[in-house]
Design a protein around this ligand. Structure first.
Ligand code: UD1
Length: 421
């Protein structure tokens, strides 16, 4: 298993280009299943989650070629099983996002139930209830859910809670349903907006993405398209924290500023300096960081996927911050590892009290999930001495070659391939 070694203490400076967004790429890969012709995606990030989704699509009968420019040809889907196995769903929960497209386009799907995962129970009840409202029959057995319908019919459905994947799944199904649908209390994340844009390019009639109500006029067929994936706001946010905590000066090319107001506002509150320049967003770290209270919320609130990274920033501030996680239970698994590196963080339920002015000293730490891994890299950047981060496969799910992106900025970081864990 690979590990990453960081020698802390370098100030980051220079420029880095933000890659395509993982959370936009994954549902759009699934959307390719809805088309009658191939879809080509550009600016695709080279991530293990994207590869996992490709494997799932190949298993369903798609021909998949390319990497950064990825072509997905769904014309042979339906000749074999329409199944997302436990092996795939357990490694990547976003696998369940093939359910809506398969059901709408091919009339059935068999998907493993995700079960619990490292950051909480993460059920898919809202996905299933939404599809049921569109007329799907749902049967649960042996840990799998079978969904089927001859032709879905449009309906009004109100989500009990805001779910990104649920909104995407039901929106894709409704795009090919007979008649109109109205989805209420939907997620408004940029990646939901991007998926609606893609579906409309394919021939769908979807309005309201980005608000809390989406209206969809079902169509009979959709066709493949050519589309460039939008930049990753979480990757951009992670680089911003890296620049901020090292007192750095980094220009982020392709930063999706319009989708990052909550993160930028909070970081400004902490004293970080931002300037929008013609070539990107310049981020400069202040001499002293101020404490900030952060509560994670659905978009446009502060994203849960930036909580761990923001916590590292808070540990270095001049005072006490309160970080509250409202989206996922059990999403503080980075805390014990950050504390081993020198942070002072007390968790009380879904709130973490962070006492600032941490002096980090490097040691060996274990990545536990994707964003937790990012927080360990960040702490390593400011730690005295050498931090060794193990289980970096978590990191590779969502950050493309992070060491090769940070090193040109001045970070002393390297990957050791195939090391024993
Ligand atoms: C997506 C993102 C993930 C991000 C999350 C929240 C992708 C591939 N992943 O995950 O990076 O952290 O949004 O912004 O885009 N829930 C239910 N029932 C359901 C569905 C969800 O109770 O049927 C709960 C979940 O357990 C969680 C909350 O709703 O507590 C939000 O989950 P959701 O928005 O669905 O997250 P994902 O789509 O899985």
């Amino acid at each position: 298993m690979d590990k990453i070694i960081v020698e802390g203490g370098s100030r980051l400076s220079g420029r880095v280009r933000v890659n395509g967004a993982k959370n936009a790429a994954l549902p759009i890969q699934c959307a390719a299943l809805l088309g009658d012709t191939p879809t080509t995606l550009r600016h695709v990030p080279l991530l293990s989650d994207v590869h996992t989704m490709n494997s799932l699509l190949v298993g369903l009968g798609c021909a998949v070629s390319g990497e950064r420019s990825l072509t997905i040809d769904p014309r042979k889907v339906g000749e074999g099983p329409l199944e997302a196995s436990y092996e795939l769903v357990k490694t990547m929960r976003a696998s369940v996002t093939v359910m809506g497209p398969l059901l709408a386009r091919y009339g059935r799907a068999r998907i493993s139930l995700p079960g619990g995962c490292a950051i909480g129970a993460r059920p898919i009840d809202q996905h299933l209830r939404g599809l049921e409202a569109l007329g799907a029959e749902i049967a649960l057995s042996h840990g799998y859910v079978d969904v089927s319908a001859k032709r879905l019919r449009g309906a009004t459905f109100v989500f009990d809670l805001v779910t990104v994947g649920g909104t995407q799944n039901v929106m894709m199904a409704a795009a090919l349903a007979r008649g109109g649908s109205r989805l209420e209390n939907v997620a408004s994340e940029p990646e939901v907006q991007e998926l609606a844009l893609v579906l409309n390019k394919m021939g769908a009639r979807i309005h309201g993405a980005g608000t809390s109500v989406i209206e969809i006029e079902g169509v009979d067929t959709l066709s493949g398209i050519d589309h460039a994936i939008l930049p990753d706001r979480i990757e951009a946010g992670t680089f911003m924290v890296a620049a901020a905590i090292t007192g750095g000066d980094v220009l982020l090319e392709h930063a999706p500023v319009d989708h990052m107001h909550a993160v930028i506002t909070k970081m400004e509150e902490a004293g970080v300096i931002f300037e929008v320049e013609p070539e990107g967003l310049r981020v400069r770290g202040p001499a002293r960081l101020r404490p900030v209270d952060v509560t994670t919320k659905p978009h446009p609130g502060f994203p849960t996927d930036m909580q761990a990274q923001m916590m590292v920033l808070a540990t270095l501030a001049d005072g006490q911050s309160l970080i509250t996680e409202t989206i996922f239970e059990n999403r503080f698994m980075h805390v014990p590892e950050l504390c081993r590196l020198g942070a002072d963080i007390q968790v009380h339920g879904n709130a973490a009290v962070v006492r600032g002015r941490a002096t980090y000293t490097g040691t060996t730490v274990m990545a536990t999930d994707l964003r937790a891994s990012a927080s360990l890299i960040l702490a390593g950047l400011v730690a005295q001495g050498r931090t060794e981060i193990r289980r970096v496969y978590h990191l590779d799910r969502g950050y493309e070659a992070i060491e090769a992106r940070l090193a040109p900025l001045g970070a002393k970081i390297e990957r050791i391939h195939g090391a024993a864990s």
